[in-house]
Write a protein that binds this ligand. Sequence first.
Ligand code: S3P
Length: 197
Amino acid sequence: MKMKSITPNKFVNKKIFYLTGFMGSGKSTIGPILANTLGWEFYDLDKVIEDKSGKLVKEIFEIYGEDYFRNLETESLLELSVKENVIIALGGGTIASDGNIAILKKTGIIVYLKMSPESAMKRLKFKRNRPVLFSDLKENFTNEDLLNRITELYEKRRKYYDQSDIIIDTDDIPIGRTIDNLARIVQQETKRQYEKD
Ligand code: S3P
């Protein structure tokens, strides 16, 4: 786990932890357990978008296209960004826009659940509900095709993920340990804030 070289005041007045990371990195699994452990509320940005639109993310992509989804995503992010003491699981692509990352940095602490493209491939190969990944692949794609597609997308997004405040390696690490690590960090940081308030 890496913490950026941050000034002690970096986290002051930030009461949101944003979980970012590539599709399949465990944001939506880890988020609610972490929130429960802390007694905080949990929001899943994709779920908020689905509730708002009455459609699945996959359907939004199919019917209206990616740009429409990205607009809904920013709109929903802005709505959630005023909350306090919440954990928010972002979509894998939410952070990858200059506008969105500015909102995240201003309003919260960004936690990056990092994993290798190979691990992403293993976790995603039997899923079909990730339109950004699968819509460009032929029907009988191989593991190598999928890995290439993941690597390509990863390279485009790396510069955004790398701006996160806290980077947690999730490769070969049991999910329980990642949650324990995160809970400790969140508690430390919030304690520090309350002492300052
Ligand atoms: C996306 C990731 C998805 C979802 C949408 C687009 C992406 O979320 O927001 O399909 O661009 O990486 P998960 O990361 O939760 O799968």
